[in-house]
Design a protein around this ligand. Structure first.
Ligand SMILES: Cc1cc2nc3c(=O)[nH]c(=O)nc-3n(C[C@H](O)[C@H](O)[C@H](O)COP(=O)(O)O)c2cc1C
Length: 360
């Protein structure tokens, strides 16, 4: 078994340890997607806190792909210098740097919809426009352009957000993709958009640059993507050179079985799906979701996973990896209350609003 503090490889990139800060919308960019200086500070702190890799929260590849206020953009060369400052801040702290890129698809935040931006997705639904084949091609190019910017900005890797019901994942799901053209129908059809996006990204960054995905092992919603099809679709990208997979799950309306489960959830609540990926696919596989103790990290790595990702615990305690490494045995202070979203939805950026730190 490989312990938490041993290096692993994401394609050509050596990552110094097996704890990853999972992509987390920080809500610290201006209206034009330009990161504010506080974002570089936050990412720098996360890097100093001891994670082996810091994945900055999901940056939109096209203005219509913006899900939330304060979200970072990756859709314009004018943002390059500010994106470079993020990569630099992460590098200075010692972690490997990555930017997640994506498009929100139908899961457009209500306030943006009220401003007249209409959501787009694989199939029409209330408030959602069906994408034409031309628009699909345009967005494939947009993903390629964004990935090129991530590389040019100096990040060590790019991650595609294929999880949580956003655009890439919504093409995979028979629930949200009801198309009858080549972009829907069979699993092959539903996987075509993510696959073509991967190809465009790979062409933009070259064969040696690490490209990986955050991927739903299951949607946990009636009629959504199930485990076996999820694995089969991921295998198509792996065959073409994908470098790694972070297994997550849930879509916006998965309720209690969603992406950010509450305090009663077990540690590693997408582990079962991730384990199947690790057994069947020849690339590093990790998982995210409710992991709060070093014991759980070690157990998960012992089951053949290459890395373990954390999001909410590091909002409260960016230094948690360092603390664990120095021998502290305690669990994360995070109680999964999800109140970290609150200040960010008010335009102030994510922050732990949970209970005070325990004594003793
Ligand atoms: C405030 C907040 C923002 C998030 N933003 C993203 C994101 O940009 N991209 C992503 O893939 N997941 C995002 N997530 C999901 C987390 O990365 C992670 O998958 C989830 O919180 C479960 O892990 P945890 O229990 O360690 O927090 C976000 C979660 C939170 C709480």
């Amino acid at each position: 078994m490989s312990g938490p503090w041993t290096p692993w490889n994401l394609g050509s990139l050596e990552v110094p340890n097996r704890l990853v800060r999972s992509a987390t919308w920080e809500g610290l960019a201006g209206g034009d997607g330009r990161p504010r200086p506080e974002l570089a500070e936050m990412l720098g702190r996360l890097s100093e806190g001891g994670a082996g890799m810091v994945v900055a929260g999901f940056a939109y590849v096209d203005p219509r792909g913006k899900a939330l206020i304060g979200q970072t953009g990756a859709c314009d060369d004018a943002l390059l210098e500010d994106l470079a400052a993020l990569a630099e801040a992460i590098r200075r702290g010692g972690a490997r740097s990555c930017l997640q890129i994506g498009h929100c698809g139908a899961q457009l935040w209500r306030v943006l919809a009220e401003k007249g931006i209409k959501a787009e997705g694989p199939s029409a639904a209330a408030g959602v426009e069906e994408m034409t084949p031309e628009r699909i091609r345009e967005l494939i190019r947009a993903f390629g352009g964004a990935a090129r910017r991530v590389k040019e900005a100096g990040f060590d890797a790019v991650q595609l957000h294929c999880a949580h019901g956003y655009l890439l994942g919504s093409f995979l799901s028979p629930r949200s993709n009801r198309r009858s053209d080549e972009w829907g129908g069979s699993l092959e059809g539903r996987a075509r958009f993510p696959l073509e996006v991967y190809r465009a990204v790979r062409a933009a960054v070259g064969p040696d640059y690490p490209v990986w995905v955050k991927w739903n092992g299951r949607d946990y919603v009636e009629g959504g993507l199930e485990a076996e099809e999820s694995l089969e679709a991921a295998a198509l990208l792996v065959e073409e050179g994908l470098d790694g997979i972070e297994v997550s799950g849930g879509v916006l309306d998965s309720g209690d079985l969603g992406t950010t489960r509450g305090p009663e959830a077990e540690e590693g609540y997408f582990l079962e799906e991730a384990r199947a990926f690790a057994e069947r696919l020849p690339v590093p596989v990790g998982t995210v979701g409710g992991i709060r103790s070093l014991i759980a990290v070690e157990r998960i790595l012992g089951e053949g996973l290459a890395f373990v990702s954390l999001s909410r615990p590091l909002i409260r305690e960016p230094d948690l990896p360092k603390a664990w490494r120095s021998g502290e045995k305690r669990s994360a202070d995070c109680v999964s209350c999800n109140r970290c979203f609150v200040p960010a939805l008010r335009g102030k950026g994510i922050r732990c609003m949970g209970p005070r730190r325990r004594r003793g």
